[in-house]
Ligand binder design. Structure first.
Ligand code: NAD
Length: 500
């Protein structure tokens, strides 16, 4: 065979392939997921293994952000309900904590399997309640939640191996856990699985806009015959969360949410002796060097910011791109944005679903307006948004300065800010020029550069030539205003035990 002519190793410039514009020109037949989410009209609190209404009988409505229709009425817990939940958890603690680890592990395995059995039902419920595309709840949220229970089930009888040198590994007691609305079921799993594996009992509060999968999980706790009081679920908004934090019985507070509320909680727990872990916001830099595999990187950038409508603490919301390829990258990204399908989250074709709440949509709009006011250039692809429900088009900003609000504040929406850099040192300096420190991404062909950046970037997670990859064995958490403590892996277990 004649040898192929020597080919230039130089990167081809802008793609020459014809533009495929899916947006409004190419109609897909709707492909709605049809599994029954088995939602009830009304949900109570889970206290001491039983569903009970709030003592004062108060309720709030959980709506579907995709169409603003009511999904269910949920009990609103106040201090007295929270006190009942703590009392039940305290009663359950002695037996649960003394149970052999292998027995606790069996319960965790059971929870994981029961969740897998009802995976489709949970995926639809999660999408209805939170607005995320069904592709994501089906392929990411629910399987990852089950994976966290499986992983921690494996640790339950091996805790002394998790902490070499420790003779005794003791649980803390009753832990109060508060979770946000962006990954409702997955955050529940991140919280419950390590706490239960290590022998703690729990009072958990889901976010007010997304309580339903936690309450459906309460049914699984009952089905698994988890001893009453080991997990108690109290629903409500900030006041309920504040009551969970303030209760004197709490040995630890584990919080995932905004930096602002994290600050309140830090003040509220100061001097009380309660252990505290905070998983807070982020403003990650996704750094793209000129030697990066560009096709792969463009997909990584898109996934990094538009996954879950950008409602992701570790979202790659600042793209730092090396100057020489900036025009090409922006051209490719704008093209790619036009192929993202925004709309009904239950449709399997949908890439970007509904914004979680009207309040969050208003916040995104405010920050985008500030971006325009401060002089950045906005790009949004042509796309028709559904008339009812909370939606925002995928958005990118070029010409962003480090001082702009969209470069400093967490938008928590589908909005990418693009900045440029020339040298490695400038990239590191710009990436670290943030109050947050949760995650970062590096795209380059050079291994040595990846190693340098992964040590010099002040971020809890640094992904290289990929983005948004998670595993229960891999600890996740932040620096600076992104909080402290880790979830996942041995590090995550350590935050639920005392060692002697
Ligand atoms: P939020 O702080 O408004 O609410 C989080 C939870 O705290 C909710 O359950 C809420 O009801 C409760 N809460 C509100 N006020 C409270 C108070 N005073 N005391 C106790 N609890 C209170 O955050 P959010 O808007 O639900 O979630 C988005 C935030 O969560 C973003 O900043 C995101 O970055 C962060 N987040 C971080 C991680 C992580 O692992 N670091 C993961 C997911 C989300």
């Amino acid at each position: 065979m004649p040898s192929a002519p020597a080919r230039s190793v130089r990167r081809r410039r802008t793609p020459t392939a014809p533009e495929l514009i899916f947006g409004n020109l190419w109609e897909f037949d709707p492909s709605p997921e049809t599994a029954d989410p088995k939602l009830k009209a009304q949900y109570d609190l889970l206290i001491d293994g039983r569903f009970v209404p709030a003592r004062r009988g108060a309720r709030f409505t959980s709506i579907n952000p995709a169409n603003e229709k009511a999904l269910a009425e949920v009990a609103l817990a106040d201090e007295s309900d929270v006190a009942d939940a703590y009392a039940a958890a305290a009663r359950a603690f002695p037996r649960w904590s003394r149970l052999p680890g292998s027995e606790r592990g069996k319960y965790l395995f059971r929870l994981a399997r029961l969740l897998q059995d009802r995976a489709r039902e949970f995926a639809v419920a999660e999408t209805l309640d939170g607005g995320k595309p069904i592709r994501e709840s089906r392929d990411f949220d629910v399987p990852m939640a089950a994976a966290h229970f499986f992983y921690h089930a494996g640790w339950a009888d091996k805790l002394t191996y998790a902490f070499p040198g420790a003779r005794h590994v003791q649980p803390l007691g009753v832990v109060g856990q508060i979770i946000p609305w962006n990954f409702p079921l997955l955050m529940l799993a991140w919280k419950l699985a390590p706490a239960l594996a290590t022998g703690n009992t729990v009072v958990l509060k889901p976010a007010e806009t997304t309580s339903l999968t936690a309450l459906k999980f309460a049914e699984i706790l009952q089905e698994a015959e988890l001893p009453p009081g080991v997990v108690n679920i109290v629903t409500g908004a900030g006041a309920t969360g504040a009551a969970v934090v303030a209760h004197p019985q709490a040995a630890k507070i584990a919080f995932t949410g905004s930096t602002e509320v994290g600050r309140h909680i830090m003040r509220a727990t100061a001097g009380t002796g309660k252990r505290l872990t905070l998983e807070l916001g982020g403003k990650a830099a996704n750094i793209l060097f000129d030697d990066a595999p560009l096709d792969q990187a463009i997909e990584g950038v898109i996934n990094g910011i538009f996954f879950n409508q950008g409602h992701v603490c570790c979202a790659g919301s600042r793209l730092l791109v090396q100057e020489g390829i900036a025009d090409e990258v922006v051209a490719r990204l704008t093209l790619r944005l036009r192929s993202l399908r925004v709309g009904d989250p239950l449709d399997k074709n949908t890439d970007v679903g509904a914004i979680n709440s009207g309040e969050q949509l208003a916040r995104i709009k405010r920050l985008v307006a500030a971006g325009v006011r401060e002089g950045a250039t906005l790009y949004q692809p042509p796309c028709a948004l559904p008339r009812k429900g909370f939606y925002f088009p995928p958005t990118l900003f070029t010409g962003v300065q480090q001082s702009h609000r969209i470069a400093r504040e967490e938008v928590f929406g589908p909005v990418l800010s693009i900045l440029t850099f020339r040298t490695v040192d400038e990239a590191i300096e710009k990436a670290n020029n943030t109050a947050y420190g949760l995650s970062a991404g590096v795209w380059t062909d050079k291994g040595s550069r990846i190693l340098k950046l992964s040590t010099e970037l002040k971020a809890g997670v640094v992904w290289a030539n990929t983005y948004n990859k998670f595993d229960p064995a891999s600890p996740f958490g932040g620096y600076k205003e992104s909080g402290f403590g880790r979830e996942g892996g041995r590090h995550g277990l350590a935050d639920y035990v005392t060692l002697s």
